[in-house]
Design a protein around this ligand. Sequence first.
Ligand code: B3K
Ligand code: ZN
Length: 879
Amino acid sequence: MRGENEETIFLKDYAETPYVVEQVELDVRIAPDTSTIRAFLTLTPRAATAPGTPLVLDGEELTLRSIAIDGLPLALTAYETTATGLVVHQPPNKRFVLETEVAVEPEKNLRLMGFYRSSGTWCTQCEPEGFRRITYYYDRPDVLAPFKVRMTADRKLAPVLLSNGNLVEQGTVGNDQHYAVWEDPFPKPAYLFAMVAGDLGSIHDEFTTASGRKVALGIYCTHGKESECLYAMDSLKRSMAWDERRFGREYDLDIFNIVAVSDFNFGAMENKGLNIFNDKLVFAKPETATDADYINIESVIAHEYFHNWTGDRITCRDWFQLCLKEGLTVYRDQEFSMDERSRPVNRIEDVRQLRQTQFPEDGGPLAHPPRPDRYKEINNFYTATIYEKGAEVVRMLATLLGEAGFRRGMDLYFERHDGEATTIEAFIKVFEDSSGQNLQHFQQWYLQAGTPELDVRDSYDPASQTYTLELTQTNPPTPGQPEKQPLVLPIKFGLIGPNGSPMSWASVAGAEVRDEMIVLDRASATVTFTGIPNKPVPSLLRGFSAPVTLTTNATEADQLFLARHDSDPFNRWQALQDVAMKLMVGAFRGTAWTDAQVGALAEALEETLNSKELDAAYKALAMSPPNEQSVARTIEHDVDPDRVHAVRGELITALVARLAPTLEKIYLTNDSRLAYSPDFQQTGRRSMKNTALSLLVQGGASGADKLAREQYERALNMTDRLSALSISVHSWTADAQALLGDFRTMYTADPLVLDKWLALNAGAPDDGVVDRVRAILAAPDFPQNNPNRLRALMATFGMNNPTQFARADGAGFRFLAEFVGDVDKRNPQVAARVLTAFRVWRSYEPGRRAEAEKALKALHDAGSLSRNTADILERTLAG
Ligand code: B3K
Ligand code: ZN
């Protein structure tokens, strides 16, 4: 483990390697305890490389057994191994083959990076820097080479041997062993290497590409789980067809395999031709998976598949460019899910996710640009900013260029950069070249951190029939970036006349206005519309066309008007959220809402819920008031989470007092006993029904607790059962404890359902939660090394239990910090991720802030932390 004072790595220091890797051949002998890897690397010095330039390869926790060049063993003085790699002092000044043999111990690899063993299956995770834990190599994304891999293992322990590319040979060795040779013709960086060996079940299918090539599809899993992989397979085939239709991208190898493993630090990994997945993103059956699980499986299967073009065929030059593949691929998977389900509903959900995960990151000590220029630990940059904000930046590009213009740019990107490791600048350039537009200013989105604040004030002059919008953007400072430039903001909008229909204008001046979009590229602008007969209500930032926080001079009446009349479904939803938010924040600050205010909100909600055009999934979102974290974020400073919790509860009670009959009707009419399907319609109806139930229980409607218990007991699928349980637990009803106990005994055998139970325990807002979670964690049979179990318990506690994590007595902070210190010794990535729960610590009121700081400092003082955790901790304390 490297120390915390390791130097920072800077983008400006990028330099090519002095040697080119032309070919990689691996001979891997897999066996319990110790496996060996012989690597044959064909290397050539670049023309500019001075003779005798040392060959410096990365390597970590490897035991070197032999080393040779062109078949001749090296003298001890000719090379050196260090804690971070291998140095060959004077390699030949022409093409040569470096041959090394190393030993590794996958069973002891609890970090789950490199080669490790999960529930009996050997597997790999190489992104970003795991390959160096398999063999000595240039473990960086700009070194691309074809790989050939020979795997040998015991036939019984590992009847399945998989790697990237195509299977070119297999056979037996003696009585017990067998081997397989895989060859990947596409040059790739080491982070896309993968290898799996184990005793696995599988399902198989086939996909015929648009040009008529047949691709064999396989999903590998624990025996007995095969039928739970069918939805993943279906999602894969739909993804393959969609990428052909929407982006003209065909799959390129003859085989595409997915393997589900139980111990995985992340969601999934896009290794070329051999995706490895966290099993929670593969396995689904109605009795154990919720609608949300099905939706996630569909989107992550798509995401990893789409990486084949945006990630694998075109990869990143260096890790600073991570969002080149991640932001773009998230954009692609979001578009896929929108096409498969519902554009407005998915957009609202994606924006909710952005606000929940990325906005607090961007507004806190861990803020960084989508394309950072420095890092200490790259694993800490797989963030909501790189992924979700990265996707928003691509979405803005698509908005600015229009659908056809965006597609032309993407076509050029695939044509120009196929087979390369490239940069954000090159990505922007293809859109400049294909559209003729200058995008240099737009590019600033990639370089600047922080969420822009957009303020819009409107005014109307009846005498001249002119309507004016004054727009101002502010870009607040973030760590290391005190000064900011204004950004290019595409602001989609519409003007709505008093009768609720769209208004047009005679002329507009003051900023670039295209169709119904203002492009604000300065700190401020005054946009004047003429020929406006009456004062309109503006609908601003339609579809959330730029990732900003918007403030306006709209009155509650304006917002309620938008909630009824806006033709943009996103803004209709947003208007209801805004009114609820205004009431809650006002109450938090001491201005209680009036009966008339709640009455007006309830009426607008009721109208939405009774609408004939809106679908159920949309209505479910419309009736969910902003959650406690987003209320806290709007309050910004001196947050007391207990008061936020109380105020939100009071608003729900006041709304339910008016809406109970409507909610009960929704509950009853959407309760269905149909055979389960994860489709959009059924999912929407369940979501609407369960949201209604949740409000009824939270709002204290009579009989609602009982309804929840009954739903729990008679549920036919996990969505309904878990919703009922979660509603009971979150309101900590009289039944909560008993139902939790029942759920625990009913599902002990299924680890993925156990995660749901762990998360429920950790997310309950009751005072006993710290003790309860501590006891669960300390139980002798708790799987201490499994990331899913640890995250279900501790990331939920830190991120989704605002009142108990931020207890006034500091017990929540201390508990989480102690956990981080402990788990850091085994799995630094899990530890560092959980620690990011503290990113909002400065927004608390002074008492809690002091407690949080004490807990963070205690963790710091407790001694040696991994580089991952030390980096997060230092930035959290400094920012
Ligand atoms: N590219 C992988 C990320 C692996 C992260 C390792 N810390 C998953 C994805 O974004 O598709
Ligand atoms: Zn990805």
